[in-house]
Every structure is written in C-alpha cells, then in structure tokens.
Design a protein around this ligand. Structure first.
Ligand code: ADP
Ligand code: ZN
Length: 758
C-alpha cells in the first residue's frame, strides 16, 4: 500500500513532495501554497478561484499529507467520478459514495475508510445528510471537510441547491474539524452566504485573480452563425469544444449540420433522458465526440482539461455565467479560444425572457444583462472589462482578445452618424436597429415598404456600406449615447440630446472602424499573445509527435475505460512532444508525470517518443536500449537519441528498409513528394502511391503539405453534392480537374478517418 509507509509531517515541504510525487508538478501556483498552509494549520478556509485555477490541489494535497480522511462534498455525480478517477490515476486512494453506488460497494468503501486506507471520500450532500451517515463519520478520523462548488449554498447565485443550506450541521456536529469552501463564483453576496451558512469561524478568504490569460476572447457579429461555426471548426480540426445554444431545437439542428461535415458531434439538453445525457457526456470525456452542442445544462460537472474552445451561439444572460462557461476551455493552461456571437436580437429575446422568468429579480437580472451587452459591444480590451466585473483591474491591455489583437482604427464618423440620425428623424423615430439599417441601405423588404420608409429622403443614403459595418456603427452610437432604445415601443431608436447636437453639426463623432473578426484571430500581438502564439504553432515534427502521443493516450484510455485527460493532460503531452523524453529522469521531469503515472504509462510513452525520434525499422535497436534508458539510477542516460547516431541509423535503414519505408522516412524528414522522387530517382507518381498506401495504412503524414483545409472543404462539398460514395473519376470531373487523383485519394482517406472508419 502506497500510504502505510509514509507518515508525513504537515509542513509545506511535505506538501511540495506530495505535489511532485503524485501529480508530477514542480511548484505550487502562487496562491495554492498559502491556502495549503492555512488548511494544514487547521483553519477554516474560503477559496475563490476561477475554473482551471487549481482548486482541487488545495484540498487534495493537504488530505494526502494529513492523517485521516478528507470528506469532499460535491454536488454532481459526474464530477465526483472524474475527480476520483484522476486521484486514483495519480496513486492517491480515493472513493465516492452517491446514489449511483450499490450497497455492497458502499460497504467496502466504508470498510476502507474505517481501516484508514482512504485519503479522500467524495459524497453528495444528500448522502452526507442521510440517516446514519454523520454517525458513521464520527467513527472515522476526518481530517477536514471540503465543500466544492460552495456557491450552490447561495440563493443569490446561479446554481442554488437547497441541500447545501443544510451543511451547517457539519460545524454543529464536528466543531473541531476545519472546513474548506471552494468556488469559482466570487461575487460579494455569495461569499457572505458561504461564510454565514457554513458557520465558518474567522475563515481566511483567498481570492485569486480571475484572469485566464490562455483564453483568447473573441466576439463576432451574430450574422451567419452556422457558417461562422463551420469555418471555425475547419481551423480547429480535431480539437474538442462546446457550443452553447439557448434552445433545444437550435442544439439539435446545429449538431446535425456539424455532423454533416463529417465531424463527430452530438447535442445535449434537458430534454434527453438521463441515460442519453450520460452517453453524450461520456463520449465527449473520452474524446469520441469532438463537439457538443448544448444548452446550459451541459458542463458543470465537466472536468475535462483538454476542451480547446467554447462557442456561445447566443449571448449569455450575465457575465458570471459566460465566464463560468468559457472557463471550461483550456483548463490545462494551454491556449484555448472563447468565441461569442453577438446580435442585438439576442438582447431583446433575453430581456423578454428575464422579464417573464422572475419578476422579483427583474431589475438585478436586467442590469446584469446590460453588463454582458457592454462586454460584447466593447471597443477596448475585453479582458479588462471582464476582470473589472469581478472587481480586478488589469494594469495593461491583455494582448489576447480580438480587440487587442486587431485594435480598431478610429476615424471621423460624424457624417455616418448624421446619416443615421437623419433617417431616424425622417422615420419619426419609429425605426428599430435592423429597420434603420435596411432603410439606410435602400432595401425593399416588407417592413421598409409597409412603413413607407422608401419614400423618405435618406432612403438608400448608406448604400455604400455593408450591413455589418452599419450594424457596428449604430451600436457605437448606442454606446456613445447618441440614441437609445425604447423597449416599450417595439425597440424603436430614439435620439438623445447629444444625438441632436451631432445632427445639427455642433459636435463631431469619432468611430471605430469595423473589422471582421477572423482576421483578428490570426494576428497575435503583444507580450502574452506572442507566448500563446508560439505555444500554439509548434513545428510540424512536434505536432506529429503530439498527435501520436494523443492517439496513444486515447488507446490506453479506451482500454482502461477512463477519459484520456485522466492519463495525461494536453499540457503534459505538449511538453512531451517538445522535450522528447526517452528515459526515466527526463520523463519524470515533464510537468504532470508523477511516480504512479510514470510506472503505469511511462514506458509506453517513451516508446512512442522513440518511434518518432528515429526510424521505425530501427525500433528493435531502441527497444534493446530501453531498459538501460529507464534505469532510475542513471541520471546520465541520454535525454534523447544523439542526433548524429539517429541520423546514421536512419541512413543505414534507408538502404535496407523497404522502398515504402524509405519514402516515409524522407517524408518525415520534411521532404516534399517532388524532392523525394528526385532524391530517389523515382517517378513522382510512385512516391505519391507510396504516400497514399502509407496514409491508408494508418501512418501519420503531413497532410497539410498536400491539402489545405480549404481544399478539404471543397472536396467534401463535392462529395456531398455527388452523394453517396462517388467514384474518384466523378469527383475529379466534378471538381473540374482542380485536384489530381493523389490528392483526392488522400482526402477520401482523411474523411474516412474522420468518420472513424480507418
Ligand atoms: P479547478 O478545480 O480550480 O477548476 P483544477 O484543480 O481542475 O482546477 O486544476 C486545473 C488544471 O491545472 C489541472 O489540469 C491541474 O492538474 C493543473 N494544476 C493545478 N495545480 C497545478 C500546479 N501547481 N502546477 C501545474 N499544474 C497544476
Ligand atoms: Zn485584450
């Protein structure tokens, strides 16, 4: 048993050892260390940290260091299961008890608790408060109570759970046991409720920064959302993500459209049965599903660390909800994207919804919605606005939001504003935003004609500007207070005094030039952005190894029935791909590789690195070397095969290996098909047929050498247009001979792989 042998002194040094040994991390994040010291000092503690900030370690590490068992109260079954699996994978004995656990299993767990084998026991609040459970706990040595998702205690919060309000019995029944409350929701009222209701005694409150610098924040106008999403998915192939929609129907249709592109997607909403929901969640956790389209019902219990992006199809109701949802991306700390589609129409429907939903909280909720809208319409750094909302000030612009990356240029917008204002006056201030734009652009639709707006003088005066530009400028006028919306009059725009001054030429208006967001996404700027960009654009050799490691992780995960990120996070794989560790010392030096994980997976991953470090045909040699490399007492073992040796081996094998292998080697060395043909004195078509065979047999090629994502999209469209599984010749013709057979074959195989057919 791992634990019997090590009674640890509750010091921060022991905690650091535990962090390295079980989690494979070298250092605590800034606040973690203070929190852990406070907990180990036996004090009540409140931890407020954003999702992904590293809350779990704050109670898990002291739980390992201290005597007894830590009881973790957690509201969601899926979350418990995940955390317990992750703990076990790190070699820390943990278990959970909730309604999903049968009585004989529960008895075993109880026995493990009694004989001191467990360090952490997760329970649902219902279970904790059920008959006999508290008296069972009295027979144990409880080191502490950790209340996860503690904001559930507050009726002010967005996830209120009545069971949580009963948790004060813990303090009554266990006055000596410290209580740790943890949450990612930091507002003042919630914080106060947590302290009061749990009866915490002079707790120390740790409020960490809510900044998540690795999240790239982007807002796009809400036109052609589906097109925008499909285009986004093109650029983020194979990356897991969540799309939040407001309605169930939207979820289903969007999921279908994404599936039609050959992407593994599914939907998730409250209308599904618990079994269906469980299956979708499981598929996502296991990387079997790449995209989930969900209502807000999805995600609270999701600990998946390799979610690479979150898209909001609609504007969220408030910044708390938005921040929590985007927080599900990039928990592993590597670059991730949060994309929000915004249209004023969303604000209108949300206003209607909120007004109906809860008249008492009406004003509060509407104010929150306005803050959300401000964020979406911002003309300055978005992260500053977000952090400001949580009471933090960022001293500089973030460099990793759409505005920072593509700062808008300002120009004299007086004339533009005057055109719009004049149209409003002539339309007797009865025009909504979209109608105003239609009138300015001279559209002839029902609303324009029936209102007689095609007769006014300014009709068509703004024809020269596209819809989206006008859309942006009218919103700027709203934000600048030149106009306001009369909600009670069908959302008609009204002119303010300031607006009249502009119209009369007494006041100039400065405007920000409208820029479509995709451009912004590709052009990182600033300090943080530079770091982020370099992390997200590894060399293709590194990217290949990453993909191979990811595939290995998936295979092992499936064999063991756990989610892939429980084995290693994306951050750990990224570091492995860059460092290429091929021995024990180097592997243990990778952040996220602890002792237990090294013992379980180290060898498999080292083999994979070796397989990518040199020639597959030379694998046998490397295999022989493996035990020596793995020798724990040999810190001098080579970190990676010496470059020259590897190259020599490669050459030797080039002579001996099969002709296809040779092509593969040269391809991996970065040579183009033409260069390989020239070097080997073979026909290009022969090399191309080698590459096709390799790819069909599952080898990883640099597909991007042959097909851009646009090419793939074109070919896919053609396949769809032809229907079924078209013959190559038909495809070739249909695409007007733009693509040769070689590229078409590769593309077909690519789609087959996407569909999971090989
Ligand atoms: P939270 O519960 O606050 O959402 P987690 O506890 O899940 O966050 O931690 C987020 C990620 O950060 C996890 O992958 C975790 O392993 C990692 N992490 C936490 N603390 C550290 C640390 N000190 N060093 C490196 N990675 C860490
Ligand atoms: Zn910014």
């Amino acid at each position: 048993m791992l634990f019997a042998a090590e009674p640890l002194a509750p010091t921060i040094e022991s905690a650091r050892k535990v962090l390295k040994k079980y989690y494979g991390y070298d250092a605590f994040r800034p606040m973690q260390e203070d929190i852990i010291s406070n907990i180990m000092g036996g004090h009540d503690t409140v931890v407020l940290m954003p999702t992904g900030g590293g809350k779990s370690i704050c109670f898990q590490v002291p739980a390992v260091v201290q005597e007894g068992v830590c009881i973790v109260v957690s509201p969601l079954i899926a979350l418990m299961k995940d955390q317990v699996e992750a703990l076990k994978a790190n070699g820390i004995p943990a278990a959970y008890i909730n309604s999903s656990i049968g009585s004989s299993e529960a008895n075993n767990i109880a026995a493990d608790c009694l004989n001191g084998h467990l360090k952490l026991l997760y329970v649902s609040p219902e279970k904790l408060l059920s008959d006999g459970f508290l008296s069972f706990l009295k027979r144990l040595k409880v080191s502490m109570f950790a209340i996860d998702e503690a904001h559930c205690i507050s009726s002010w919060g967005h996830d209120f759970r009545p069971e949580y309000t009963q948790l004060r019995v813990l303090r009554e029944q266990f006055p000596q046991v410290p209580i740790i409350a943890l949450t990612a929701t930091a507002d003042r009222l919630t914080r106060r409720d947590i302290q009061q209701q749990l009866r915490l005694t002079k707790p120390k409150v740790f409020l960490s920064s809510f900044d998540r610098p690795n999240l790239n924040l982007i807002v796009r106008p809400g036109q052609d959302r589906v097109g925008g999403i499909l285009e986004f998915l093109e650029r983020h192939q194979g990356e897991a993500g969540i799309i939040y929609c407001l309605s169930r129907k939207q979820c289903e249709t969007l999921a279908q459209k994404i599936q039609a592109k050959g992407i593994k997607a599914d939907y998730y909403h409250a209308g599904l049965t618990p079994n269906q929901r469980g299956a979708v969640q499981e598929g996502f956790l296991k990387d079997d599903l790449q995209v989930i389209v969900a209502t807000i019902a999805f995600g609270m219990g999701i600990d998946k660390s390799n979610v690479r992006w979150v898209i909001h199809y609609n504007l969220p109701k408030n910044i708390e909800g938005y921040y929590q949802e985007i927080g599900r991306a990039g928990r592993d700390g590597t670059p991730a994207t949060a994309l929000l589609f915004y249209s004023f129409g969303d604000v209108m429907s949300l206003r209607d919804m909120l007004t109906k939903e809860n008249p008492q909280l009406n004003q509060l909720n509407l104010t929150k919605l306005e803050r959300m809208q401000q964020f979406a319409e911002a003309a300055g750094c978005r992260r500053r606005i977000l952090l400001n909302y949580f009471g933090e000030t960022l001293p500089h612009d973030c460099g990793n939001c759409d505005i920072c990356r593509n700062p808008p240029t300002t120009f004299d917008g007086t004339e533009i504003a005057q055109k719009a204002l004049s149209a409003l006056v002539r339309g007797r201030e009865r025009l909504s935003i979209s109608l105003l734009i239609d009138v300015l652009r001279g559209m002839r639709n029902q609303a324009v004609l029936s209102g007689g707006f095609d007769q006014i003088k300014t009709y068509g005066a703004g024809r020269d500007l596209p819809y989206l530009d006008w859309y942006s400028y009218v919103h700027q006028m709203l934000n600048d207070g030149l106009v306001y919306i009369a909600y009670e009059e069908g959302y008609a725009l009204k002119i303010t005094d300031l607006g009249r001054e502009v119209l009369q030429g007494q006041r100039p208006v400065s405007m920000k030039k409208f820029q479509p967001a995709e451009k912004a996404e590709k052009k990182p700027r600033g300090r943080k952005a530079a770091a982020t960009a370099s992390a997200s654009t590894p060399t293709s050799r590194e990217a290949q190894l990453f993909e191979a490691l990811r595939a290995l992780r998936k295979r092992i995960a499936d064999e063991q029935g756990v989610p892939p990120y429980v084995i290693f996070t994306d951050a750990t794989l990224t570091e492995m791909a860059a460092e290429r560790p091929v021995n024990r010392v180097a592997m243990l030096g990778i952040s996220g590789v602890g002792m237990k994980k090294f013992d379980t997976y180290g060898e498999a991953f080292i083999r994979e690195v070796l397989a990518h470090g040199g020639n597959p045909a030379a694998q046998a040699d490397f295999d022989d070397e493996l035990p020596a490399n793995l020798d724990p007492d040999d810190p001098g073992a080579p970190r990676a095969p010496r470059k020259k040796e590897a190259a020599a081996k490669k050459e030797a094998n080039t002579e001996a290996g099969s002709t296809i292998d040779t092509t593969f080697q040269l391809h991996r060395m970065g040579l183009s098909a033409e260069a390989i043909a020239e070097r080997r004195g073979l026909a290009l078509s022969t090399i191309q047929s080698h590459l096709t065979t390799l790819y069909t047999n599952g080898a990883e090629l640099r597909l991007e050498d042959f097909l851009s994502s646009q090419d793939l999209a074109n070919i896919q469209t053609a396949v769809a247009q032809l229907g079924g599984q078209p013959l190559l010749r038909d495809l070739f013709d249909h695409l007007r001979e733009d693509y040769d057979y070689f590229r078409l074959r590769l593309a077909q195989q690519y789609f087959r792989r996407l569909r999971g057919e090989g």
